[in-house]
Design a binder for this molecule. Sequence first.
Ligand SMILES: [Zn+2]
Ligand SMILES: [Zn+2]
Length: 155
Amino acid sequence: MNEEDNWLHGEQVECPACHQLLYRVAHAPFYDEHFLYCERCPIHVEVSYYDSVYKQLYKQVRQEHALSQTGGVKALMRTIEEHLKPCSCGGSFRHDAPRRCFTCHTAVVVDDASDVDLWRWSAAFLADDSKVADDVLEDEERWHSQFIAGEDKWK
Ligand SMILES: [Zn+2]
Ligand SMILES: [Zn+2]
């Protein structure tokens, strides 16, 4: 993999506790969703930019902050966090919660976790796009979807 192909800074990491292989990657800019992660388990919630509640919160925060500034983005994230229901495990969703191992729930990405996503490692991530069979990627996504919170996310 050369630097150019690796523009999301994908990196194989190993869980320090159970040695499960994981894939750490920058949150893809082409997603039109924010991911917020549970502070206690590997589940995350996905908030679409087109979600009506999100749009409302965005408008509300924009009246007080310039969202191009770091402080504004933080304020937006805090506002989203306050409006989300807790995770099924009882934890709260935070944009900067540690990213956790899917197997043993150990915190793997702790510092600067915002804008980082964690996947289970798959050889598919190393392959050239054109060579990855769709069913392999679909399998990965189906497996991963068990760690996405349900649709009914707002308080
Ligand atoms: Zn682990
Ligand atoms: Zn949880």
